[in-house]
Design a binder for this molecule. Sequence first.
Ligand SMILES: Cc1ncc(COP(=O)(O)O)c(C=O)c1O
Length: 497
Amino acid sequence: MLLCWLQLFMPIATLNMVRLDRRQRESLQTQLYRQIRRLIMSGQLTAGVRLPSTRDLVTHLGISRNTIVYAFDQLVAEGYLESHVGSGIYVSDLDLKQTEQRSQTSSLAKSSAAPRTSRRAQRFSTGRISPDYPTSKVRPFRPCQPAIDHFPIRAWNRARSHALRLQSKELMLEANAAGSPRLRRALSIYLRDARGVRCHADQIVITAGAQQALSLIGTTLLDRGDPVWIEDPGYLGARAALLRAGANLIPIPTDDEGLTIPSLRHGRRPRLIYTTPSRQFPLGTTMTLPRRLAVMEFTRKSGAWVIEDDYDSEFRYVGRPVPSLQGLASGERVIYVGSFSKVLFASLRLGYLVVPDHLVDVFRKAKEIHDGSSSAIDQATAAVFIEEGFFAAHVRRMRKLYKARLDGFLCEAKKYLSGFLTFPTIEAGMDAMGRLPADADDTAVSRRLRAEGIDVPPLSAYALTPCTPGLLFGFTAFSSSETRSAMQKVSRCLTNK
Ligand SMILES: Cc1ncc(COP(=O)(O)O)c(C=O)c1O
């Protein structure tokens, strides 16, 4: 360590505080700049004090003159120091009334005068979007993660270049709030053919992922205090978005057939119902046809809207994908939400809404007020990617890969986790809910596993009411060897209790 004491014109006690350390990531010039600035801001270097000459500092600090000159120039440029030609460098006479110095010491600044956030913002902390993960690295068995190693990045880049070549000027102009007409057209065909959604391109509003779609629904369809039925356990992102819109959330249990429909005798009619019929998140059940019909009948009688969150329906491994609820209901009372996060990649932040004709304008307006429009270049790229057949080919390849990974996962789970965790039959999706013995504390088990490098959120994290314990395992992003060694780790951890 290069430890230095400046002893020229600055008081010795103050000079002793300047410590430069070559091992730090921060450059020496930045360290010197920051430390002198802090001494000034804290009042330890007062106005008019003359700083040592750069030549003297070179000798005393053992660093280059350029380093010192850079730090001083920066402090002069920001007004902390003044350079007097022929005389030297001095601490400026600053009005420190509104500086850190005062704000740190003054109790007044910490009093009620401190700015407060809105009441709505104070509720954000109760609206987590996902379980806490200790690192952004995707560790086994983090749920809902596409296999990005297998993403056809070359084809994506070619689609992007193609879009830019054809539409370079249009893509730089302010974009349509509802989204690129070309992408909406491509999506309307895909949704009709693959998901049985009844729509035309004008009913689609492109959003920044499903998350923004859910927020826009909340803003557009809810008034403060409106009752909203939400699947319990259910998706945290939906819960957060609807809470933020002022919803009065009413947890509704799900059973083997999907969302249940409680009697209305003792409760208020819901204004909105949130459901994941293709594959209930996080339990994985698919809503049966009788239940779908019952939900539609209920909405017809009660006047409620339904949000159909169809987040990962492309990945069905047995039979054909189940057509959407929206198609069954001829789209009258259903707001359909889709996302590219699972089927392409999450950072793309592209999702979409399919809304009934008479709501198109209000949703378009809501999107415009929210953030103008989604990235024109990404939308154009996605449109080319779909039109050129890369999207369909990627879905097919991933379906095959995920099915193989699911089989491998279940095989290893049988070998290593029997007796600790029970997995149901899994026919679709990107994750598997493992049930723990009824007396287990899933939060504690999840925390123990997390310390071992395994990310499996507890089922209770998704529930608003008490539930049987479970752990949610994602299987799509991990190779067979990663799955095996992680599974061994889980087994060791569970055996050692
Ligand atoms: C149920 C559900 N809906 C939607 C999404 C996708 O959200 P987004 O498009 O905002 O990434 C997820 C992501 O995990 C999800 O689990």
